[in-house]
Write a protein that binds this ligand. Structure first.
Ligand code: NAP
Length: 332
């Protein structure tokens, strides 16, 4: 059946300016790292993407290696884009990345100009796009001069294959250097994509201030720690969950008794706030205006609805913030 997006979609979402750029991103963005590869049902992928767009989620985040197998998330996304969302391309922000192993040999990994330019060409072909909105360097490369990697990002924008560029997983000092290089080349860095959640707070010490000072936005990936910061694992490991799947990124041994106890206590606080654990975890990441967007994953449309419903209850009292800090300081 032909897809028609919900005419009310822009009333449901909040949009936040990305650093000093002209671009506003939805407060909630959807990532296609899990649940969009060839091991997932294409019908569910379609359902998730349509549903997200209907909620005003205009930003979809990919990478060359998302799958499994690597490349399949971009291919599946490209198919759904062509069949359902193509008429709304100008309402979408589509990002992809390169930086992890993608093909054999010395040119399929890290941060050389050779790899980045070829990888983006492959990504565009898989997605059936002429350009992406944001192209990221996925992780720092200790063996390639930063000038070469940033020069490649600048080149890609000048080629018309990306509108903006971003950095991911760069520590604060290196990010500052890369942002300076991009600025001098005339291709300002739009955004940084770090891991940030109640369980992973490294960005608070330095990165967020660096980004604010340099006018770069921030999109926090895995804000739910892959599902750990939800009520999903409070009664065991559900058969349809990431921890029960073949994903090596969330395994049952990571769900330690200490972590589960933290989530239990956080969940009680969330219940007192009249929201779900996932909603509280997302609102907490967004409590700092320096964070432009939370980049969630979803296996079900109800998870997208849960996230969007969070937007009407995002405030924390000083007492609640302190109570959360006390719980998070407990041993894992
Ligand atoms: N730049 C990088 O290096 C990097 C690395 C990792 C991720 N990312 C990006 O960040 C995106 C999100 O990462 P992520 O999937 O780890 O994010 P996440 O939001 O921390 O975890 C998503 C998972 O949490 C569970 N979940 C989501 N909403 C829920 C809810 N309301 N209630 C209960 N459970 C819920 C689902 O797990 P189930 O599947 O068990 O239902 C879902 O698959 C990726 O798709 C990717 O775009 C980037």
């Amino acid at each position: 059946m032909d897809y028609q997006p919900d005419p009310q979609r822009y009333t449901r979402m909040a949009y936040r300016r990305c650093g000093h750029s002209g671009l506003r991103l939805p407060a909630i963005s959807l990532g296609l790292w899990h649940n969009f590869g060839d091991t997932s049902q294409l019908s569910n992928c379609r359902h998730l993407l349509r549903h997200a767009f209907d909620q005003g989620i205009t930003h979809f985040d990919l990478a060359n290696n998302y799958g499994p197998p690597p490349g399949s998330a971009e291919r599946n996304f490209g198919r759904i884009l062509a069949e359902d969302l193509a008429p709304w391309r100008d309402e979408l922000i589509i990002s992809t990345k390169a930086g992890y192993t993608m093909w054999d040999g010395p040119y399929g990994d890290w941060g050389s100009r050779k790899y980045l330019v070829a990888s983006l060409d492959q990504s565009l072909a898989r997605m059936g796009l002429d350009y992406v909105d944001v192209f990221y360097h996925h992780r720092p490369d200790p063996n390639t001069p930063l000038e070469e990697t940033m020069g490649a990002l600048d080149h890609i924008v000048r080629q018309g294959k990306a509108l903006y560029v971003g950095l991911s997983n760069y520590p604060a000092a290196l990010a500052r250097e890369a942002i300076g290089l991009l600025q001098s080349l005339g291709t300002p860095c739009l955004i940084h994509q770090p891991r940030y959640s109640m369980f992973e707070r490294w960005v608070e010490a330095q990165l967020l201030d660096t980004l604010a000072e340099t006018g770069v936005g921030c999109i926090a990936f895995s804000p739910l720690a892959g599902g750990q910061l939800t009520d999903r694992y409070l009664q065991g490991i559900p058969a349809d969950s990431r921890a029960a799947s073949a994903s090596r990124f969330l395994t049952p041994d990571q769900l330690t008794p200490g972590k589960l106890e933290k989530v239990r206590q956080l969940n009680q606080l969330a219940v007192q706030r009249d929201q779900t654990m996932a909603q509280m975890a997302l609102a907490w990441v967004l409590r700092d205006d320096k964070v432009t967007s939370v980049l969630i994953g979803a296996s079900k449309t109800s998870q997208i609805d849960d996230a969007v419903a969070m937007l009407s209850h995002r405030q924390f009292s000083p007492q609640e913030r302190q109570a959360i800090d006390v719980i998070l300081a407990m041993p894992d």
